[in-house]
Design a protein around this ligand. Structure first.
Ligand SMILES: [Zn+2]
Length: 116
């Protein structure tokens, strides 16, 4: 399962970056591009499963989908709703995709010491 492998990658980089604070995670916010091919529910399930295996309870997983933008060879930038969409200005299919395919962890919240 593709999403499970991604969940494992996310968790291991969090473990590296947060070291001992990793066990204090309360929520995690992730952004996925519209064309990343990620099934959000599967990614949430994967993350929750791994957090549970590591005895970290009640982590809230939020996944936001971000829209893809394309920059055409003519210089026009447009929002891409369909991967087969052509540039509305010149009709070209030669473009650079921005934000469409990546998955990134935007923020992580850590439990404060003052609550039990
Ligand atoms: Zn164009």
């Amino acid at each position: 399962m593709h999403e499970f492998a991604i969940a494992q990658d996310i968790i291991s980089s969090l473990e590296q970056n947060l070291s001992e604070e990793f066990s204090l995670i309360t929520s995690i916010n992730i952004e996925t591009g519209a064309f990343s091919g990620i099934v959000a529910d599967s990614l949430v399930f994967g993350l929750e499963t791994i957090f549970a295996e590591k005895q970290i309870k009640n982590v809230e997983v939020n996944i936001a989908k971000i829209e893809a933008k394309a920059e055409c060879e003519c210089g026009n930038t447009y929002k891409l709703e369909d991967i087969f969409e052509l540039c509305p200005k010149c009709g070209s299919a030669t473009r650079e995709l921005n934000n469409g395919t990546e998955i990134s962890v935007k923020s992580v919240n850590i439990k404060e010491d003052n609550d039990e």
